[in-house]
Every structure is written in C-alpha cells, then in structure tokens.
Design a protein around this ligand. Structure first.
Ligand SMILES: *[C@@H]1O[C@H](CO)[C@@H](O)[C@H](O)[C@H]1NC(C)=O
Ligand SMILES: *[C@@H]1O[C@H](CO)[C@@H](O)[C@H](O)[C@H]1NC(C)=O
Ligand SMILES: *[C@@H]1O[C@H](CO)[C@@H](O)[C@H](O)[C@H]1NC(C)=O
Ligand SMILES: *[C@@H]1O[C@H](CO)[C@@H](O)[C@H](O)[C@H]1NC(C)=O
Ligand SMILES: *[C@@H]1O[C@H](CO)[C@@H](O)[C@H](O)[C@H]1NC(C)=O
Length: 771
C-alpha cells in the first residue's frame, strides 16, 4: 500500500514538472554543480579584527570560495548564513574556525492534499471564543505561499492601532503595495533568494515576487488563524454561514517562503528569523519535509530559536497517514498538529440501476445530472493504459466513455484532475472511489464534472454491481450541506501517525484539530481546484490537510496568549493538550476513519482540541530552555550539536543521569524492549520511571490522580497520588513508575493519567510500544 505521502510527492513533482518543464530543467542544470548550504557560526569566536558579523561571515566564505555570495545572514533564530557551494567547498568550510555546522538545505512542501478543493467548514461554534480585546496585541506570523489581501477576511474595522512594539513591514512588490496591509494584516514579506538560487529568477508571469498569494494555500491558512468574521460566506453555496478565523481580534503577518517549486530551507529560516525579529507571538507552519535529527532540520532549529524568545510554534504533522511513523515536525518545542473531521458534510447520492442508493460527498456546483440513469463504466475497463482505473491524463478512450458515468479510483493524480480527464473524454459524470489507504474518508471537491466521492465499502458495492450487471447504469444527485454528522470528529485517514521516529519517548502528534473540508479565504489568482483549466474565482474555498488543522491551533494559541500573556509556549501547548478530549459524548473513543475503529494516541496525541477548557486548564506542564538542554543531553548530543540547535554553550554534566522521558512533557510515550529469552519471570520485567512537574495556573486546590489503562502488561504507579497547590504558580513534582512485562515486538497499548480537582481535569495520554 503506497502511502498518501508518496502520492502527494508524486503529484507535487508532477505539478512542478508541468509548470516549469523546459525552462526549469535548463535553469536547474546551470545551477546544478552548487547546492545551498546553511552555515551555523559560533558567534563568541569571532576575531576582534572584524567590525561586524557579516564581515566575518563573508571572510570565512571567501576563504573557501571566491565566487560565493551570501543568500541570507541569520540573526534571530540562530547565527549564521546561507550560500551556494560545491560539495568540496562545503567540506572545507566545515573545518574553518568558528563554523559550528554546515548543513545542506532541505526542501519542504505544503501539507495540503494539494488538490485544492476538499470541502469543509469550520463552524463548530464551541471552537470560538467570545471576542477578547486583550487578543488584539497578539500577532500570528504565517509562513506560507503569501496572501490575497483584498479579501473581507482581512477587514480591519474596529481594530485598534498596530501594536507599538511591532517592527514588521509591508514589502512592496509585484501586485502588492504598502496599502495592501492594514490593522489586521500588519506585515507581509517574501523570501526567494534560496528558491531563485536553485531555479533562477522568478518568472513573474507565473508567480509574483512579492507577498501576493498566487496559490491560495497561504490565504487559506492565514485566514484560518486570524481572519475577520465575514457573513454569508460559502463556496458556491456550500458550507454557508459566517466564516471567521480562530482569533478574530489578533493580527496577522505573512512571510511568503513557498513558491511553485516548493519551500527551501534557506528561505524558510530567513522567514522565521525575520518574523521573530518583527515581534510575532505565534508562528504557524503548514509545511514539512523529510524527517531528520533536530540539528539537521531547519524547521526544528528555527523553531528552537523562536521558542527561546517566547514564540509559540505550531506545525502540521503531515499527510502521510494512515501508515504508522509518518510524522514530520516532531521536535518537542514544536506543537505538532494532526487532523480530524468536522460534523458537517456535503452529500451526493449515487443511485444504481439495481435500485440501490448510496451516499457520497461532493462540492460540484454546475448543472446537475438528470434523474434518468446513464451507462456506468469502470476507468480500468475503458482505458488504453494498465492503470486506467486511476483516470490519469489521456488514458481514457473517448469512444468508450462518451455519455457515460466513469468510476475512477483515488491515487496518483489529483481527485479534481480525474474529473477533468473524464470530462475531456466525453464522460458526463464521475464516481470517485476510495481504496484501502483512504478507507471511509470522504473528501469533497469543487469538481468540474458532476462527481460523487464514495468510501471504500460503497466503492466495493458499486463495483460488485458494475462487474456483475450486463448493462450497469447510475445517476448522481447533489444535496448541498448537511450538519450534525456523527460521529465527529474522526481522525482523518491522511493525518500522519506516530510513533515518533526521531525520539520514540516523546509522543507525537501532540493533538488534532479540524483539518477536513475547511472553509477559509482563497486567492483570486487561481480557481478552487487549483487546476489551470478552472477559470472560476472564489473568495472562500474548502480544502483539507494537516495544513488546515495547524492554523486552527496557531489561532487558538493566539487567543490563549491574549488571555494569559505571561504563559510560555510550553504552558500554552500544555493547556491545549491536557484539556483535549479523546471520547465522544457517549463515552466511546474518537474513531479513525481509515479503519472505522477507535483511534489511539499515536493517531490523535492528547486528543481533539477543546479551546474553551484550554483557557482554564488548572495546571500546566511548563518547560524552559533548561529542560530542552537536559533533553538534548539525554539524547547524547555533543556540545557542538547542542550549540547548533540551541545557541548555547552547554556542557552536559558528567555523571548526571539525563533521561529523555523526564522532559516535562504533557504526554507520555514509553518504548519498551521485548525480552529475547523465552518465558517470563523477573528477567522479562522492565521498570521505567518518569518525573513530571505541574505548575498551578488556577486557584488553590488539591488534585488527585487517576489512571485508566487498557493493559495488564504494565503496572502504573504515581507518587504522590495527591498534590495540593496553595498559591498561583506553585510547582509540584510527581513520578510515574511503569513496571512492564515483555510483550511481542510490535505490540502497542495505551493508558491515560488524569489529575483532577473538582473543576479541572488535567489529562495525559500514555503510549506503550514494545520493540
Ligand atoms: C545567542 O546567545 C548569545 C549569548 O547568550 C546572545 O547574545 C545572542 O543574542 C543569541 N543569539 C540568538 C540568535 O539567539
Ligand atoms: C493583482 O491584484 C489584483 C487585485 O488588486 C487582481 O485583480 C489581479 O488579478 C492581480 N494580478 C495578478 C497578476 O496577480
Ligand atoms: C437516496 O437516499 C437519500 C437519503 O436517504 C435520499 O435523500 C435520496 O432522495 C435518495 N435518492 C434516491 C434516488 O432514492
Ligand atoms: C472490468 O474490470 C474489472 C476489474 O479489473 C474486471 O473484473 C472486469 O472483468 C472488467 N470487465 C470487462 C468487461 O472488461
Ligand atoms: C546515551 O548514552 C548512554 C550511555 O552510553 C546510553 O545508555 C543511552 O541509551 C544513550 N541514549 C540515547 C538516547 O541514545
């Protein structure tokens, strides 16, 4: 089973190839001998002969390459620069005095299921706080594809002056003027040096070298964080209602770091560096790349620098689900966000010639099909190619498709592209069928041909009829927006899952938030499907991905920051996590749509965000840079690696026992060994002890612990079982001892630990995994 991520990569690659094709290939060749490197410098070793850092960087650079120029110098989230070098030059730079590390740039991508046009809507009223004026000093920085500032979502009516502390700018460029910003959109910048050093100068006929969003993704994520309320919003009448971001009174600043060909590490770091310097309080990154150690990952390093300056960072978990160990952005100082569904749907009914009637979803808005039945064919039966079932471009035979409804399987090309392929071959409609990897997850798109997307069970029933009837027929009826869909939320099939591949002792994702069928602002430069053939223009679009769930958490973090300006990023994360819920009102565990079974903490982390409770969590698991330094010591990082991540000269204490599990994290992951010998007995028992410290952010109270576990294989003892807090900000420490029997390798099991006074439940998931 190929993962969605694999397909996504393929689609992205395809898109890039199509958009750029010849010109890029040629340009890339020209630039090919050199690669972009990010160089971390040890500032304290700068010789006194240099008057400033830039001069010193330049001199270090010139000592290995006469021709190299700096792409960026970084000052806020770490010290250093980026540049283009050959492999040999990079190698010799590594040996230069003052050079901490030389890191080849990584390429990142957006975390939408980039077929822009899922649908959704975000109006679970419980998600929205009453307006709070304290929130208006909070600034959310969004690193993405830019912004479409003319939208009503950026209306600044009623907002006070821009906070005095704000140092950002509204950069003027192609189709973007200083008046594009206002009291809502208070800053906008773009970063393309890294991108252009790979692909050559930006072609402004294709994309604007300015904060202007030609894609839609950045406008969607930024309006989700902080968009002003817009009445009567919808996508072609779907998901009608008032559209608003999470923190309607907070400000937003845009850092465009993603371009048609992707997001480059050097640009991304420049964006984070500038955002922190400008004075953002929250950073939102719906972007990810391949996973690597913290000292090799630009997002992790930039996020550390931002966190150390009090900035909260949330990142998308990735769309690599439903396979396990598919997460990105797992550093413990990042809040890693997976995706769940909302309680609304966009039903479309498929009626078959045998009288059966099945439900699916659609955002189709054109002329409906007639009630009369039309011939039904399977893509795999009317194609010249071996994977015709996928309805890839040019693969359907018009003579066998004209006037018919075509069944196409999900995978490889985008869902909306398949519809276009059917239309081009003369088909009148499409039934888009899920396969094993998407299960029952229903993804609605603004298709250009009448289409119903159906889940796996329905797909199998339709195929069974189609392959057994000599003259199969069908029609599709569209029914608009349906509310109160249950159960909801369910974990999205695409949402990336744990365990954490880099540090199995830290549970990730941290939590889930709405990420399926989300309605938010859209660019005026592209249609809702993002297809070139789609000439429709909309102010709102409905799309899906952990790209959409991440900005929900960023916006909610801005609200918490407004309500509790003194809270650290770790305290905000803790409040969001320990108040999350893992069950429905009927007590049943949140489901995983990929399996139809109860989901686990490897799918949803601490659970689904519950913003109103997060405002008053009672207790928090706080953490400072010292905690993270201890964490890196426990990972056996050398002082150079620690310096690379943290900008601190820190030597781990010899003889001190550092433990990864002791990081003051709001959740627990306990990797356990499968004992190699046969039989049990004492030799097969592992004892693991974790320490945690709680800080009182509520009123004086006594909390008692309770632990519920689904496994007999691990005994869980908490000491002490009761904690009394008599004043604000008081801290109390407890330990949890896990005594585990050996289980077969691959076994997982889960428990939950809750500290409760009469008013607050401070919950933490516990995940066990035997290897
Ligand atoms: C790194 O640490 C030094 C010394 O504490 C400090 O002066 C500098 O501002 C820090 N730089 C960054 C990028 O945080
Ligand atoms: C420039 O912005 C205007 C909105 O002010 C928009 O109508 C136009 O399409 C944009 N042009 C490009 C090339 O993005
Ligand atoms: C199919 O079922 C739905 C829901 O029960 C109903 O609204 C719709 O009218 C039915 N369509 C047909 C053709 O029977
Ligand atoms: C259509 O494809 C299905 C699945 O590959 C196959 O079972 C069936 O025999 C095909 N039907 C025809 C008429 O070729
Ligand atoms: C760090 O090194 C110690 C001692 O060699 C070892 O016991 C421990 O497992 C290592 N920790 C990690 C996370 O690799």
């Amino acid at each position: 089973m190929k993962s969605l991520r694999f397909r996504l990569l393929f689609i992205l690659t395809l898109l890039i190839t199509i958009t750029y094709h010849a010109s890029v290939v040629a340009r890339e060749k020209k630039y090919q001998e050199k690669k972009t490197y990010i160089i971390h410098m040890e500032e304290s070793t700068m010789p006194v002969s240099f008057s400033d850092r830039i001069q010193w960087y330049d001199s270090s650079l010139k000592s290995v390459s006469d021709s190299a120029n700096m792409l960026y110098a970084y000052t806020e989230v770490f010290h250093g620069f980026s540049t283009r070098l050959t492999a040999e030059e990079a190698k010799s730079l590594e040996g230069q005095p003052g050079v901490l590390s030389v890191l080849e740039e990584m390429k990142y991508e957006l975390h939408t299921t980039h077929t822009p046009a899922f649908l959704g809507l975000e109006k679970d009223e419980a998600l929205f706080f009453p307006d709070s004026s304290a929130a208006s000093d909070v600034v959310v920085g969004v690193l993405d594809t830019g912004v479409w500032p003319e939208l009503k979502s950026f209306d600044d009516t009623g907002l006070s002056e821009v906070p005095k502390s704000w140092k950002g700018e509204c950069e003027v460029g192609k189709n973007f003027s200083s008046s594009s910003c206002n009291r809502k959109l208070i800053g906008a910048r773009s970063f393309s040096n890294g991108y252009e050093s790979v692909y050559g100068p930006i072609d402004e006929n294709i994309e604007s070298k300015s904060p202007r969003d030609d894609d839609g993704h950045g406008t969607h994520t930024s309006t989700t964080t902080t968009g002003s309320a817009v009445a009567e919003a919808s996508l072609f009448g779907y998901a009608p209602g008032t559209a608003r971001g999470m923190a309607t009174h907070a400000r937003v600043a845009i850092y465009k770091v993603c371009w048609n060909g992707g997001c480059f590490g050097s640009d991304l770091l420049a964006g984070m560096d500038k955002a922190v310097q400008d004075g953002v309080d929250v950073l939102s990154l719906s972007i990810g790349g391949s996973i690597s150690d913290y000292d090799r990952d630009s997002i992790a390093i930039g996020a550390y620098g931002a966190m150390s300056k009090g900035v909260f960072i949330s990142c998308s978990a990735g769309n690599g689900g439903p396979g396990s160990s598919t997460l990105s952005n797992v550093a413990p100082w990042i809040t890693t966000v997976g995706a769940g569904t909302l309680d609304r749907d966009f039903p479309a009914y498929v009626s078959l010639g045998n009288g059966k009637n099945f439900s699916g979803v659609s955002l189709y808005s054109g002329k409906p099909l007639s009630d009369s039945l039309m011939p039904l064919v399977y893509g795999g039966n009317v194609s010249s190619s071996s994977n015709g079932n996928l309805c890839l471009s040019g693969s359907l035979i018009p003579g066998k498709v004209a006037g018919k409804i075509v069944v196409c399987d999900r995978g490889m090309n985008s869902r909306v592209q398949k519809g276009l392929v059917v239309k081009a071959a003369g088909g009148v409609g499409m039934i888009l069928t899920n396969t094993d990897s998407s299960g029952e997850e229903l993804v609605a798109d603004a298709h250009l041909v009448p289409t119903a997307a159906v889940g796996l069970t329905t797909a199998n029933a339709i195929k069974k009829y189609m392959f057994s009837d000599s003259n199969p027929t069908a029609t599709i009826a569209f029914q608009g927006t349906k509310l109160d869909v249950q159960p909801s939320p369910v974990v999205a099939a695409f949402s990336s899952r744990g365990p954490n591949q880099i540090t199995p002792d830290i549970l990730k994702p941290d939590l889930i938030a709405p990420g399926v069928n989300i309605l938010a602002g859209w660019t005026g430069a592209a249609g809702p499907t993002g297809l070139q053939e789609d000439t429709r223009r909309v102010s709102f679009n409905i799309i899906s991905g952990t790209s959409m769930s991440c900005p929900h958490i960023s916006g909610l973090a801005a609200l918490l920051k407004g309500a509790h300006p003194e809270w650290s990023p770790a305290a905000i994360k803790s409040a969001l996590m320990t108040t999350s819920y893992t069950t429905y009102k009927n007590g049943k565990t949140i489901q995983d749509v990929a399996t139809g079974k109860p989901a686990t903490p490897f799918d949803y982390g601490a659970g689904h965000v519950n913003p109103v409770s997060a405002l008053d969590p009672g207790l928090v698991y706080d953490a400072t840079v010292d905690d993270y330094l201890g964490f890196l010591c426990a990972l056996n990082y050398t002082s150079t690696r620690i310096k690379t991540v943290t900008n601190q000269s820190y030597t781990c204490e010899l003889g001190k026992k550092y433990s990864v599990g002791d990081l003051n994290y709001p959740s627990f992951a306990v990797p356990l060994q499968t004992s190699s010998g046969q039989g049990g007995g004492s030799s097969a028992v592992t004892v693991v002890k974790y320490t945690r410290t709680l800080t009182n952010v509520g009123t004086p109270a006594t909390y008692k612990v309770s632990v519920s576990s689904e496994t007999q294989a691990v005994k869980i003892v908490v000491d002490p079982e009761s904690l009394t807090f008599s004043k604000p900000n008081e801290m109390k420490t407890y330990t949890v001892t896990f005594t585990a029997s050996s289980m077969p390798s691959g076994t997982t099991s889960f428990a939950r630990l809750v500290w409760s006074d009469e008013q607050h439940n401070v919950g933490s998931p516990i995940a066990f995994g035997w290897t």
